[in-house]
Design a protein around this ligand. Structure first.
Ligand SMILES: [Fe+2]
Length: 500
């Protein structure tokens, strides 16, 4: 990666005319869009936010008024419905709180129990665009890319994580930073199967209820020579040279089908159970997502919120029935961010549907009903094909990098910002740009910090002021790891790792 001309060292002072650069970049984006090309990552049209409408309330699969239930069952369901309403009310209150929420003790305990999954990669090698808000469009060069669909070949030539989907794992880089996570569903084994079955049926129904033109199945996240799959995008974004943030546009027919899909309890459960692990394992990144989406919604109350407590701005529903993607990176998303992928469907996860993380040289068994968190902007990823007659769907949650840039500009586009910026503003912005990558890398948490309860990754000096030395001995160990005096040779990683 050092040979890649697009990937310069993290902090280099170079003089250039920022305002002219921004205007040029914006003009190029609009020109690409006018030519019908993808202007940025968000190739879907945006609409200006409208005041919030009454979003559909989630309907239970069964309700307490159902005549087929016994009195005891009705009582239990009523209690569950009451608890669900209370959680929703709490979520609404949390949205009004300017401070990012702190992980609950149970979420922290589960995150602290995450098993490490070491990969031979350093977060300093993440590939980013020069302004550091989004990723690179140039593909990763990997010697095995030609074998992307050959699952057995990849298993024998890459590190293979044989994940059963029963335990949560943190993917760690060479210095112990969390650069991804395999997130187990909240119910073990077969107890989660009915949720996956219902969510799969919901995805199938959404596909039937929407209507797609013939070419909608073919895009850069689908193999050219296969049947492809359509995708529906909801939520909000920013990009394409436009001047404001907005909700993704969709037809009334798609809107109805999408509202029904995201209101389905099984879809909500699948999409949201990863939020807790995301918050506890990647607290600085989660907080940044939380703060920015909250600020954006305050600024534009019409921006759509998809799920309670969601830190993400957007959702892509890959509507199958064969949702598998060739190697790609989602370069329009936030560079120092995370994307939550939830797999659904009925397929044999030993034979297909694996997630391949090319930068990490890692192939992961990815069972239906499970979720994986990855920095999809800077990591080239793909799926292995599923078998004929099987079906695979996926839910992808993410935020566009342009949203963070727009918020950092004081809620305006680069061009609008440049039009009113003073020389001092321009100088300060350039300084911030140079520091952004180093700052971004610090947002990846250390698993050792999470395990000792320091999920926010506070520096040792702060902790010394509040704690006894014994409380932070683990942190001292972390700091010593990889230090100048540490010349121990790293043991080679095992080829195959069995993950519960
Ligand atoms: Fe992707």
């Amino acid at each position: 990666m050092e040979d890649n001309p697009d990937f310069g060292p993290p902090i280099v002072c170079q003089h250039f005319d920022l305002q002219a650069g921004l205007i040029r970049e914006n003009a190029e984006r609009i020109a690409r869009e006018d030519q019908g090309l993808h202007p940025d990552e968000d190739e879907h049209e945006l609409e200006l936010p409208t005041p919030p409408s009454n979003s559909p309330t989630p309907t239970s699969i069964l309700t307490a008024s159902s005549p087929t239930l016994s009195r005891v069952q009705k009582k239990k369901l009523k209690k569950r419905e009451h608890e669900h309403k209370k959680r929703q009310a709490d979520a609404r209150l949390a949205d009004d709180d300017p401070l990012p929420p702190t992980p609950t003790p149970s979420v922290l305990a589960k995150a602290a129990a995450a098993s490490p999954l070491h990969v031979p990669f350093s977060a300093t090698d993440f590939r980013s665009s020069k302004p550091r808000w989004t990723g690179l469009q140039t593909p990763l060069e990997h010697p095995l890319l030609a074998y992307a669909r050959d699952v057995e070949f990849l298993k024998s030539h890459m590190q293979y994580a044989d994940w059963a989907g029963e335990k949560t794992h943190a993917i760690l880089d060479s210095t112990g930073h969390i650069i991804g996570s395999l997130i187990a569903p909240p119910l073990p084994g077969k107890a989660w199967t009915p949720v996956n079955d219902d969510a799969t049926a919901a995805m199938r129904l959404a596909r039937e209820e929407m209507s797609f033109p013939a070419d909608a199945c073919h895009h850069r996240r689908a193999y050219d020579d296969e049947q492809g799959f359509p995708a529906a995008i909801d939520g909000f974004g920013f990009g394409g040279g436009r001047t404001d943030v907005g909700n993704f546009k969709m037809s009334a027919r798609h809107r109805r089908a999408m509202d029904k899909l995201i209101a389905r309890p099984s879809i909500r459960r699948t999409a949201t159970y990863g939020y807790g692990p995301f918050q506890a394992l990647c607290y600085p990144i989660h907080s940044q997502y939380y703060r920015t989406t909250r600020e954006l919604r305050k600024k534009h109350p019409g921006l759509r919120r998809l799920f309670p407590r969601s830190p993400f701005a957007a959702l892509t529903a890959n509507l199958g029935p064969h949702s598998v993607s060739p190697p790609h990176a989602d370069h329009g998303n936030a560079t120092d961010g995370m994307c939550l992928i939830s797999a659904l469907g009925h397929f044999d996860p030993d034979k297909g549907g694996h997630l391949v993380l090319w930068d990490y040289n890692l192939i992961i068994r990815f069972p239906p009903g499970c979720s994986i968190l990855i920095p999809s902007t800077v990591v080239t990823h793909s799926n292995t094909p599923i078998q004929a007659g099987e079906e695979r769907f996926s839910l992808i949650q993410y935020s566009a990098g342009g949203l963070f840039r727009w918020a950092a500009n004081g809620f305006k586009s680069d061009v609008a910002w440049a039009a009113t910026a003073s020389e001092e503003d321009v100088a300060a912005r350039e300084q911030a740009r140079q520091a952004r990558w180093a700052t971004a890398l610090k947002k990846f948490s250390l698993l050792k910090d999470v395990k000792m309860g320091n999920y926010a990754g506070r520096v040792r000096a702060e902790l010394w002021a509040e704690a006894e030395a014994g409380d932070i001995s683990d942190l001292t160990d972390v700091e010593n790891e990889g230090g100048d005096g540490d010349d121990e040779e790293e043991e080679p990683l095992p080829k195959k790792i069995r993950c519960a």
